[in-house]
Design a protein around this ligand. Structure first.
Ligand code: FAD
Length: 401
């Protein structure tokens, strides 16, 4: 019998950490592992809001995947996954190729949930991948440019839908980016607006009251027009229709109103729960022996009514259990049940402030911003050791303004 084939779909947090762990655990020649990802680069999804606002250079957010793989135990394949045939044990790629597997790990991440609100899918910008987020920055620059010609105020109204984790992080970056762009394009900062629209009664639903109060005060102090308890009814690329009867003329609406599992999961014929693949305690897809799923694509039951949240923290921890389970499966050993340990959550509001809780301690302000940097550095450390941390921090390329 040939070597067992493991195919990993998705080179995000889950897929990459699992690949690195397999590199460390597998003996030479024990298995053939292939990591498939749409792009040759891995992007740090937790920092995409900086790409959208142009406050971080591309090479701080993206890293070349083949450079991150340290051995020849994992082969990287740049390709887009289109289908999975569980009967034939084959993955179908967009280029027509078929990849056979004995064991499959699905780590295809998230998609943006637009809840069917008219015009959002067509006209709003999404923080979904490096590419879609980069498009936001290019669009903002275009608006500044065009404003110099037509003086249309809707060009300088930057609206963010959602004041949850991602929405607040993006607003925080815009607070820093917009004044810098005003300087660059010689536009008075008073002509610009940052509008944050949220359906819930407060920012950061689910956070402590202190974090909510700190964030509300911080963004308002920095000129953000915060509209809580307000729903978006429709967007037509130039104006946002709200449920209070008013409209916000804006040519930039960035949707961060929620995420769901990657839409491709719907076509795989695997059991779904609220758009994500249901997995058992060993991270195996319910009803299968050889297919695993982790990260935002997976629905891991926390209790009867809810699942673990779609966070990088969950994806990384699941990858750290899933890789040993794949090795155990190959060796005919016992699988280990996944246990989640929540270490805390910190939301940045630009570079100088953040809010959250770490190991049970509530933090806010500059110290929290520092802790956010520590958390990001820890991920790099897990991925590539101290050398990757140093390499990323030593990069001197500048953001765009
Ligand atoms: P991803 O990291 O999304 O990786 C999926 C990979 O699959 C990507 O590389 C993608 O290109 C690839 N892919 C997708 N479709 C295909 C296909 N058809 N074929 C081939 N490849 C494909 N979480 C936290 O814990 N803390 C935070 O502070 C935090 N901040 C965030 C800030 C922002 C702006 C955003 C957007 C998210 C944030 N998150 C945070 C959530 C976190 O980023 C996700 O939970 C995490 O990325 C999930 O990891 P994953 O491996 O499941 O998916």
């Amino acid at each position: 019998m040939g070597k067992p084939k493991i195919v990993i779909l998705g080179g995000g947090y889950g897929g990459l950490i699992a690949s690195r762990k397999l590199e460390k655990m597998l003996k030479n020649g024990e298995a053939e592992v292939t990591l498939v990802n749409k792009h040759e680069y891995h992007y740090i999804a937790t920092q995409l809001h900086k790409t959208g606002a142009g406050t971080a250079a591309d090479d701080k957010i993206t890293m070349n995947i083949p450079d991150l793989l340290k051995t020849n135990k994992v082969t990287f394949k740049k390709a887009t996954v289109e289908s999975v045939d569980c009967e034939k044990r084959q993955v179908g790629l967009q280029n027509g190729e078929k990849l056979s597997y004995d064991y499959l790990l699905i780590a295809l991440g998230f998609d943006v949930n637009t809840f069917g609100i008219p015009g959002i899918e067509e006209h709003a910008f999404k923080i979904k991948s490096f590419k879609t987020t980069k498009a936001i920055y290019h669009h903002i620059i275009k608006q500044f440019d065009a404003y110099k010609e037509d003086k249309d105020p809707s060009r300088l109204t930057f609206a963010v839908a959602g004041a949850g984790f991602t929405g607040v992080e993006l607003v925080g970056e815009l607070i820093e980016a917009i004044p810098a762009l005003c300087k660059k394009f010689d536009v008075p900062v008073e002509k610009t607006r940052i509008v944050n629209i949220e359906a819930s009664p407060s920012v950061l639903p689910g956070f402590d009251k202190e974090a909510i109060d700190f964030t509300t005060k911080f963004v308002k102090k920095n000129g953000v027009e915060l509209m809580t308890s307000t729903k978006i009814l429709e967007y037509n690329a130039i104006s946002i229709k709200l449920d209070n009867g008013s409209e916000v003329p804006s040519r930039t609406l960035i949707w961060s109103g929620g995420v769901r599992g990657n839409v491709i999961l719907e076509s795989l014929g695997l059991p779904l729960n609220r758009g994500r693949i249901e997995v058992d305690q060993y991270l195996r897809v319910a009803g299968t022996e050889n297919i695993y799923c982790i990260g935002d694509a997976a629905y891991f039951k926390k209790n009867e009514t809810s699942s673990l949240p779609p966070t990088a923290q969950v994806a990384i921890q699941q990858a750290e259990t899933c890789a040993p389970n794949l090795v155990a499966a190959i060796r005919g050993e016992a699988q280990k049940a996944f246990e989640y340990h929540h270490k805390g959550t910190v939301a940045s509001i630009g570079t100088m402030a953040a809010v959250g809780k770490v190991f049970g301690f509530k933090i806010s302000g500059l110290f929290a911003a520092f802790m956010k940097q520590v958390i990001e550095a820890r991920y790099l450390f897990v991925l590539g050791g101290p050398s990757l941390v140093l390499k990323q921090f030593a990069k001197t390329s500048k953001p765009y303004h």
